[in-house]
Ligand binder design. Structure first.
Ligand code: ADP
Ligand code: MG
Length: 238
């Protein structure tokens, strides 16, 4: 079943074409990596799926429902930004609870959900701390917990590990992958790191200059690149 469908998405900033007729389908429960160099349009595409940007033209469907005009809060998505953006004046508990408090969920429901998701991410002992009292990896887990607490249908991640050092990156990578499979949550994972995409994704969409060049399993894009650029970027040049 197709969970997300992008149809002829164009996004212009003034005269500049950031997304040039993007067509992409993401299946239910799939981990899709969006892989491309800096400036290729990855974040723009992710924020368009999230509803933060409205496409200049084209349509976006979630479960065949046209969501193109819906604001982010009505799209049932969890979003994790590159620079985490935790609320500095709130404890970890409050940070994670915040999306549920916005929805005016009952207190005991909030408490149950915050503790459940904190446990999944192994941060249940950090709930009383403030963001500045956490390591980078812990902060990132909090950001992921905050994105998951609403039990979204779709998880959107923009280079979530790029601010971590190499060892921690591997650790959080494995954990995120495990969690994604466990929850079966449809995921778009933006990265410029080919090793990350190859290790984590069910399929990879390679993007360059606002165009998707190839979509396939890690094996397909690595061993059967359709463009010189794809092979080169994935580290398997002709
Ligand atoms: P990536 O995430 O792949 O590094 P982006 O999606 O951030 O790339 O940016 C793609 C292109 O669109 C870049 O050339 C960038 O400068 C441009 N761009 C992104 N956001 C804006 C904006 N709000 N206004 C104008 N240009 C933008
Ligand atoms: Mg980006």
């Amino acid at each position: 079943m197709v969970r997300i469908r992008l149809e002829n998405i164009v996004k212009k900033f003034g005269n500049f074409i950031a997304l040039d007729n993007i067509n992409l389908e993401i299946k239910d429960g799939e981990f899709m990596a969006l892989l491309g160099p800096s400036g290729s349009g990855k974040s723009t595409l992710l924020y368009t799926v999230a509803g933060i940007y409205k496409p200049t033209s084209g349509r976006i469907y979630f479960d065949e429902r046209d969501v193109t005009e819906l604001p982010p809060k009505d799209r049932n998505i969890g979003l994790v930004f590159q620079n985490w953006a935790l609320y500095p004046h709130m404890t970890v508990y409050k940070n994670i609870a915040f999306p549920l408090e916005l929805r005016k969920a009952p207190k005991d429901e909030i408490d149950e959900k915050v503790r459940k998701v904190a446990k999944m991410l192994h941060i249940e002992k950090l709930l009383d701390r403030y963001p500045w009292q956490l390591s980078g990896g812990q902060q990132q887990r909090v950001a992921i917990a905050r994105a998951l607490v609403k039990e979204p249908e779709v998880l959107l991640l923009d280079e979530p590990l790029s601010n971590l050092d190499a060892l921690l990156r591997l650790e959080v990578r494995a954990e995120l992958k495990r969690l994604q499979k466990e929850l079966g949550i449809t995921t778009i994972y933006v990265t410029h790191d080919q090793a990350e995409a190859l290790a984590m994704a069910d399929r990879i969409a390679v993007i360059r200059e606002g165009k998707i060049l190839q979509v396939g399993t890690p094996d397909e894009v690595y061993y059967k690149p359709m463009y010189k650029f794809v092979g080169g970027f994935l580290g398997n040049p002709p």
